[in-house]
Design a protein around this ligand. Structure first.
Ligand SMILES: O=CC(=O)O
Length: 327
């Protein structure tokens, strides 16, 4: 097939680079004619009617009404990952645009990331590494006490696919597992991992040594962890967030960490991302921040890309869209 016959798909640039892995380009370019946002904006008249799909990676490009109005032949938006809080599904549907995501493939890696953050924070891996490689620090390991993960109480907020996978891992660490979720899991699912349901989040917050956030961002969960909730946590507890930054009131978190209301935080997500370089969270020793890399392993990112391509191809062929997200 000639490249001009391939469907035109809009992608964005992130930090001046194409928001697509180098390794994925060969696969994608065989199927699609990729147009960057910059190319599109420079050549709107020629391109607006040609673009039929948008490939959304790391929440980019932002899709608003103005963009939708300018793309009369847009049929599919394929979004990487499970969260779709960056998309206005009703608006997209009103323009006849179908949406897909990649909800299944990200769970294992994101759960691994939750465990990695919990272990890294509790055993002070980042601080320890910095000290161990620093040329002018005297190496004095007896200072480096952490807290135990094995046998501690883990409270999982949001027991969907990712939360449940965290529970499976935590079971191997002999943790006591509490969870809070809109709906209680089936008894057999609870007993398979030894998880105890807390209908009231307060009970979970008061008892947990580690509170791990794996809830979907919705208007109901927006800033659900605020000053009150942080004050309910133990002063020895750590907050881990692998879902979305906006689940937490970040100003309240900064205050709680500065005043030792809680012990520490380990965050794969913040708002905004990245944080401004002078943000107070970046100055705190009891905080670990990673750049939203829950699903960032080579294999998973490849499958995500394949699934997105598959959804675009199906949508453009008028077939049912795998993993379609309905408004
Ligand atoms: O943030 C990542 C995802 O939504 O999968």
């Amino acid at each position: 097939m000639e490249s001009q016959e391939l469907p035109y798909v809009l992608v964005d640039c992130i930090g001046g680079r194409l928001g697509v892995y180098e390794d994925h380009l060969g696969f994608l370019k065989k199927r699609f004619h990729l147009i960057t946002m910059k190319e599109y904006l420079e050549n709107k008249t020629l391109l607006s009617k040609k673009i039929r799909a948008i490939y959304v990676w790391y929440h980019k490009p932002a899709i608003n009404e103005e963009l939708l109005q300018s793309l009369p032949n847009l049929k599919v938006v394929a979004s990487a990952g499970v969260g779709i809080d960056h998309l206005d599904l009703k608006l997209l549907s009103s323009y006849g645009v179908k949406v897909s995501n990649t909800p299944f493939v990200v769970s294992t890696d994101t759960a691994d990331m939750g465990m990695a953050l919990m272990l890294a924070s509790s055993r002070r891996l980042v601080e320890g590494h910095e000290m161990a490689v620093s040329p002018d620090t005297e190496y004095f390991p007896v200072d480096w006490l952490g807290v135990e993960v094995s046998g501690a109480t883990l409270g999982i907020v949001g027991m969907g696919k990712i939360g449940y996978k965290v529970a499976e891992r935590a079971k191997a660490f002999e943790m006591k597992i509490l969870y809070h979720n809109r709906n209680q899991r089936k008894k057999e699912e609870e007993s398979a991992v030894g998880a105890i349901y807390c209908k009231k989040i307060d009970d979970l917050l008061q008892q947990s040594d580690f509170v791990l956030l794996a809830a979907t961002l919705t208007p109901q969960t927006h800033k659900m962890i605020g000053k009150r909730e942080l004050e309910l946590m133990k002063p020895t507890a750590t907050l881990i967030n692998i879902s979305r930054g906006l689940i937490v009131d970040q100003d309240a978190l900064v205050e709680a960490l500065q005043n030792k209301v809680i012990k520490a935080a380990a965050l794969d997500v913040t708002y905004p991302e990245p944080l401004p370089r002078d943000h107070p969270l970046l100055k705190l020793k009891n905080v670990i921040i990673t750049p939203h890399i829950g699903s960032a392993t080579k294999k998973t990112r490849w499958v995500m890309m394949e699934e997105m391509a598959e959804s675009i191809e199906a949508g453009l062929a008028g077939l049912p869209i795998p993993r379609e997200v309905l408004p």
